[in-house]
Design a protein around this ligand. Structure first.
Ligand SMILES: [Fe+2]
Length: 337
């Protein structure tokens, strides 16, 4: 194997879009537009886009059976970093596929490369987002994207060290901090990784000392950052009034101090709307471990004993399920310090 090129791409990488595969278009349209308050563009019967800003697509919903996040799109700031990442993946012997112009256009980008990611989540990189001149028609006043990227995703894993290794190899991800938490009787450890000034773009949770994954979907939750506290409050109210399930009521996180709630999407994974997370100062930041995910709030809503038993049942099933981490890119992994 050739040595991977070494120029650092930290800071040049931003979460750019998320691809969701679903059959539940009617519910998703209501959820995204009427509850969360995003701009919706109907492309055709099998494809809708949600916009948060002038980028043509921040969420790409394509028809299919997964009811899950199937791909993450990463905006790379410049062509040098883009080529650096491509060279790195190839140097590790992992194939990179160039999407057709049409496929790239359906994601709202130009020049799109794809490569395999952990848990079957395809990773996609692009350097040129396509923007829309069409004004946003949405209930929210705005969302924070820009240098921080569009939010974050949280992934449960039975191989957390390998996931850290993967995102370190591909994007030079850095460890921001850890949280230890007990949820539904399970002791969890969560690692928060950043690829730019955003406190975290990837969170990786595992059940300590048990090789089980309690979550059916590849992504446990995703997060978008609302522009104002008022947007969080109003969208919370709309989620409730429209009858969508709330997973965790409003609360504030210990580590990034983000104030947020978690709704359940029509596909089953959770959707966090947050406000005002801290921004990392690279000159002074030191990783630490927090006890518990929340300073206050984030109380589970309507969770029954049946849900908890279901979680254990799914977890037991995961013992028999293989989790692919793309070992050529994850290497031996990065253990928790
Ligand atoms: Fe989150």
């Amino acid at each position: 194997m050739n040595a991977a090129p070494t120029a650092n791409v930290f800071g040049a990488v931003h979460l750019g879009y998320i691809v969701i595969e679903t059959e539940r278009f009617t519910d998703w349209r209501r959820f995204g537009t009427d509850a969360i308050g995003m701009h919706c563009d109907e492309i055709d019967n099998d494809l809708i886009h949600f916009r948060l800003d002038d980028q043509q697509a921040r969420f790409v919903l394509q028809r299919g059976p997964a009811e899950d996040v199937v791909a993450l799109g990463w905006h790379i700031d410049d062509h040098d970093s883009f080529e650096q990442i491509e060279a790195r993946i190839l140097a590790h012997g992992v194939p990179v596929t160039r999407a057709t112009d049409n496929e790239a256009a359906l994601r709202g980008v130009a020049r799109l490369l794809r490569f395999p990611g952990p848990k079957g989540i395809t990773q996609e990189i692009y350097a040129e987002p396509l923007t829309s001149a069409e004004p946003l028609r949405m209930l929210a006043s705005g969302f924070v994207t820009g240098d921080s990227g569009m939010g974050h995703v949280a992934i449960t894993s039975i191989k957390p060290a390998q996931l850290r290794g993967y995102f370190n190899t591909v994007f030079d991800a850095r460890l921001t901090d850890f949280i230890d938490e007990t949820i539904s009787g399970l002791k969890l450890k969560i690692r928060f990784l950043r690829v730019n000034e955003r406190h975290h773009t990837i969170a990786i949770a595992n059940v300590q000392s048990l090789p089980i994954d309690p979550i059916r979907t590849r992504v446990q939750h995703l997060n978008i950052q609302a522009a104002t506290l008022d947007d969080v409050a109003r969208s919370y109210q709309r989620v409730c009034e429209l009858g969508f399930d709330m997973a965790l009521a409003v609360g504030q996180h210990t580590n990034d101090r983000e104030l947020s709630y978690y709704a359940r999407t029509p596909s089953g994974f959770e959707w966090e709307v947050g406000w005002n997370p801290i921004v990392i100062d690279e000159r002074t930041w030191e990783p630490s471990t927090h006890q518990g995910i929340s300073i206050w709030g984030h109380k589970p809503v309507g969770q029954t004993i049946i849900d908890k038993l279901d979680q254990f049942r799914l977890g037991t099933r995961s013992l028999a399920r293989r989790e692919d981490t793309v070992s050529a890119l994850s290497g031996d992994g990065i253990p928790d310090d």
